[in-house]
Design a binder for this molecule. Structure first.
Ligand SMILES: *Cc1c(COP(=O)(O)O)cnc(C)c1O
Length: 366
């Protein structure tokens, strides 16, 4: 392999995951969450494939991300999940992008901007049901803003705090609070066209308890279940590859990398890999991670550097410069599940996927 590092994106796996999630959604519409460059997978390519498959909605975090989707020719409805500054509201309205209204101050700013600018903003109102993050505190606080002429109140949603834990009763509490608020708003005369509560975990573990008709799914599309026991047989969409720069012998008693945190107990063949924490490989995996080389798992030795890392490849006699090495994902001769890496690194798959940044070239198959 000539390239230093490659994120291989398998759009067939994405299509397969999409079909599985369509069934799991049991008739609800699906919103693909493609924020943070589709969790590192490349938002334009992922969104185009999902549009081709029939996705109902796309969701991003920022106005820049929404504008980029429209610039790439995507036509499905787009929701911005975060707080959009009122200065960007006119531009978003022109691009037919829907905004989240995150609370009373934001509602005031957005409706003022729209009334002054002579446009109407498509709006999904966010309700806080227990995440204590963004959102209106309750139905009464929210109701005050529903009549404003600058805002098209087409959606109501909330976000779940523990939907990745199937045994935790709090998700049902949140869903009940949401339902109560929705019913109260209906009695006040407001029916929303779109209501949504579930993320991937909510869909996989609490579908039967969720009263809404739209589901926001990110992680599951990319091939991972956020919690245990869903059994959906999803496939990883991304596999991260690097290549061996050189293989050297480190004599017994010599040390490897910064801080001298690994000492060779015997003469050791060490591969120098062209990937580091600047490419998203966590430094926390120093002396802990594994790579897959020629079908064999080899331990990461020494501290992971910014651009390089080392692995003990003594058990792979033919290992040579130019060999591809799998960091996570699937290959023809084995797999390295991202879950394992995340657990060893003390984090979650989400963080490791998002860490695969714009410096890393992507190859797209399918
Ligand atoms: C990121 C995000 C999601 C997607 O969550 P997954 O667990 O990846 O499915 C859904 N809703 C909101 C509000 C988000 O910010």
């Amino acid at each position: 392999m000539q390239e230093r590092i490659i994120a291989a994106i398998d759009l067939q796996a994405l299509a397969r995951n999409y079909r599985i999630l369509r069934k799991a959604a049991r008739g609800a519409r699906l919103m693909a969450v493609v924020k943070a460059d589709a969790y590192g997978h490349g938002a334009a390519a992922v969104s185009a494939k999902l549009e081709e498959m029939g996705i109902d909605w796309l969701a991003v975090r920022t106005a820049d991300e929404a504008a980029a989707l429209r610039g790439a020719g995507l036509t499905r409805p787009v929701l911005i999940l975060g707080r959009t500054p009122p200065e960007r509201a006119a531009e978003m309205a022109a691009l037919n992008v829907t905004l989240t209204v995150t609370g009373p101050e934001h509602a005031a700013e957005l409706s003022d901007a729209a009334e002054r600018g002579g446009f109407r903003a498509r709006a999904h109102f966010k309700l806080d049901t227990g995440m204590s993050r963004l959102g209106f505190a309750g139905a009464d606080e929210l109701a005050a803003w529903l009549g404003r002429p600058g805002l098209i109140a087409e959606g109501l949603y909330t976000h779940l705090a523990v939907s990745d834990e199937p045994e935790d009763a709090f998700t049902r509490v949140q869903l009940e609070r949401f339902t109560a608020a929705r019913e109260k708003l209906a009695r006040l005369g407001h029916i929303f066209q779109f209501t949504h509560c579930a993320n991937s975990g909510g869909m996989i573990h609490f579908r039967e308890a969720d009263p809404s008709d739209l589901i926001r799914t990110g992680l599951a599309l990319y091939g991972y279940e956020p919690g245990p026991g869903g059994g959906l047989d999803l496939r990883p969409v991304m596999s991260l590859w690097t290549s061996v720069a050189m293989v050297r012998t480190v004599r017994a008693g010599e040390t490897v990398s910064y801080g001298r945190r690994w000492t060779a107990g015997r003469d050791t063949r060490v591969a120098v890999l062209q990937c580091g924490y600047a490419d998203g490989y966590p430094r926390a995996l120093s002396n802990k991670g594994e790579i897959l080389l020629r079908g064999k798992r080899c331990p990461v030795v020494g501290t992971v550097c910014m651009d390089l890392m080392m692995a003990d490849v003594t058990q792979v006699p033919g290992a040579a410069a130019g060999d591809p090495a799998l960091l996570f994902g699937e290959s023809g001769d084995g797999a390295l599940p991202l879950y394992e890496l995340a657990e060893k690194a003390g984090t979650i798959p989400y963080e490791l996927l998002c860490a695969v940044n714009a410096r890393i070239p992507r190859t797209i198959q399918g």
